[in-house]
Design a protein around this ligand. Structure first.
Ligand code: SAH
Length: 501
């Protein structure tokens, strides 16, 4: 390693994921220019005390080159330290070109790219027989535009495992483009934030919901999005399936999707075509349509290859139909104007703890409004799922969601748990929004997954640790009574037989 200038990969963050060669280069360097935002400062402990350290975030290319040139003229050794491996988005070409012009020699020391640290964190093999034998490393356009042929849709069309760098702030568009490019909304997706750093975070989900989860976790940078069936290798899908999580707590409908039966009501020929598109992508759906529309829509139906039950109802009989379907389906999707839906369902509404999910979707599938049953009914989840199918926008107005907070009734519903005292939900959702102190006792890992960044919430391991006036207690011990004057939201595992599946 006699070359005076070395471009080195610092690895993904952990100071012991540096190559020995890089550590040796740092140990003899006189000048280290490092990428401050992504290189873990602990890596710089490999440098000599008298080594000059310069954060490249504060200087431009000309200044970097001037520093290198000056050091070389004094016969000093320089390490230009890049995060991960310098060959991925390291912007080393422009530096090498300038050094070539100056006839300054250099060499490159590879590093462990963050994409492989992310795979390690996920315990994932990117290439698995039958699933994928290729890995595409890419990004979405930022200040650097993407070449014409390297579109998200083009990559979505391959079966390759996809890894997106530099795209955490663009996750909503990216996941939508992947879906509209042909990837099923249920395709496994994972985001790894600061792989190998002490504050590493892993978020698992699907293309349909990873954006919401990542937003809820407050991640906007220093993260990779991985997409592909290979992520689903084992039972390590979600913390809900963790081995410490006893069977009774597991929910069939897990955390992201609404998987109940859906009734779709279409009021026009265009609406019918949209209903066929949506129903075709849902697990279990039936379409209801006025007789006269069905009669005039033979071609629409013929175009749909999926076998979706379609039932006609006579003019003026919609109220009667709804009275029957209301309890038979867990989701009701009106492809119609909001006013029609509101008028039709209003006599049927009981309470948010028992009402089904009701959505309104415009004929183009552009806006999918979660109208009733946002949390417990699952309408917000269903709206996101439908938006994933149509490429539209889920319109969600429940206050906690607007603030990217997972309400406790939503968490319970996702997990198939029941709230024993639902009258308290209002108090707790308001407290979440008003940053009041709440002690929270949840099954392993869920607090970290959903509430780690919320300063007003404190995780407790047992009821004896509760000191706040407000507490959420999952599975309270038998005979336990909350302190007088305190408010407690009690959450119980649902008996297995009642879990939706
Ligand atoms: N050369 C680097 C990539 C630099 S581009 C490498 O090989 O890893 C910067 C992007 O890399 C970030 O936006 C993020 O997408 C990703 N990245 C870098 N370090 C990361 C880490 N520790 N965890 C997750 N993503 C990381």
């Amino acid at each position: 390693m006699d070359t005076q200038v070395i471009f080195a990969g610092a690895g993904p963050g952990a100071p012991d994921l540096l190559t020995l060669r890089c550590a040796k280069a740092l140990a003899v360097a006189d000048l280290v220019i490092y990428a401050g935002s992504l290189v873990n400062p602990e890596v710089l402990q490999h440098c000599r005390p008298k080594c000059r350290l310069v954060d490249s975030a504060r200087i431009d290319l000309d200044e970097v080159i001037a520093l290198i040139k000056e050091a070389v003229s004094w016969n000093q050794k320089v390490v230009r330290l890049h995060t991960g491996d310098p060959a991925m988005y390291g912007a080393i070409s422009e530096q090498m070109n300038r050094l070539d012009e100056l006839k300054i020699e250099y060499e490159i020391i590879p590093g462990v790219s963050s994409v492989f640290a992310a795979a390690a964190a996920l315990k994932c093999e990117f290439t698995m027989p039958d699933l994928s034998q290729s890995l595409i490393l890419t990004r979405t356009a930022g200040r650097t535009p993407m070449p014409d042929k390297e579109t998200v849709a083009n990559f979505a069309a391959t079966g390759a495992t996809l890894a997106f760098f530099l795209s955490a702030g663009n996750m909503e568009n990216l996941t939508k483009e992947l879906i509209s490019g042909g990837k099923p909304p249920a395709t496994p997706a994972a985001v790894v934030y600061r792989a190998s750093w002490p504050n590493q975070k892993i978020i698992r989900g699907t293309l349909a919901d990873i954006f919401v989860k990542v937003t809820a976790a407050g991640i906007r940078r220093q993260a990779l999005l991985l997409v592909g069936e290979v992520l689903e290798r084992s039972g390590s899908l979600s913390l809900l399936y963790d081995k410490h999580f006893s069977h009774g707590y597991r929910s069939q409908r897990s955390d992201e999707f609404f998987s109940g039966r859906c009734a779709l009501y279409a009021m026009s020929k265009t609406g019918y075509a949209k209903a066929l598109e949506i129903a075709g992508a849902l697990n279990d759906a039936e379409i209801f349509i006025p007789e006269r529309i069905l009669a005039g829509s033979a071609t629409v139906a013929a175009e749909s290859s999926a076998k979706i039950p379609v039932k006609a109802f006579a003019a003026g009989k919609m109220d009667k139909l709804l009275a029957k379907t209301w309890d038979d389906f867990s989701g009701h999707i009106f492809i119609a104007a909001t006013g029609i839906a509101v008028r039709k369902i209003s006599p049927l509404l009981k309470h948010k703890t028992v009402d089904p999910a009701v959505l309104v979707c415009d004929e183009n599938g552009a806006q999918i409004i979660s109208l009733i049953g946002g949390h417990i009914g699952g309408a917000n989840r269903l709206a996101r799922k439908v938006a994933g199918i149509t490429g539209g926008t889920a319109v969600i107005t429940t206050a906690t969601d607007v603030h990217n907070i997972i309400a406790f009734d939503e968490l319970a519903a996702r997990s198939g748990w029941e709230i024993k005292n639902p009258a308290q939900i209002k108090i707790f959702n308001a407290a979440l929004l008003e940053n009041e102190r709440i002690d929270v006792l949840l099954p392993d890992g869920l607090f970290q997954e959903h509430y780690a960044d919320m300063k007003n919430l404190r995780e407790v391991a047992e009821v004896a640790e509760i000191t706040a006036k407000l507490a959420v207690v999952f599975n309270p011990p038998a005979n336990w009574q909350p302190e007088p004057g305190s408010e407690t939201l009690l959450v119980l595992p649902k008996p297995e037989s009642q879990c939706e599946n």
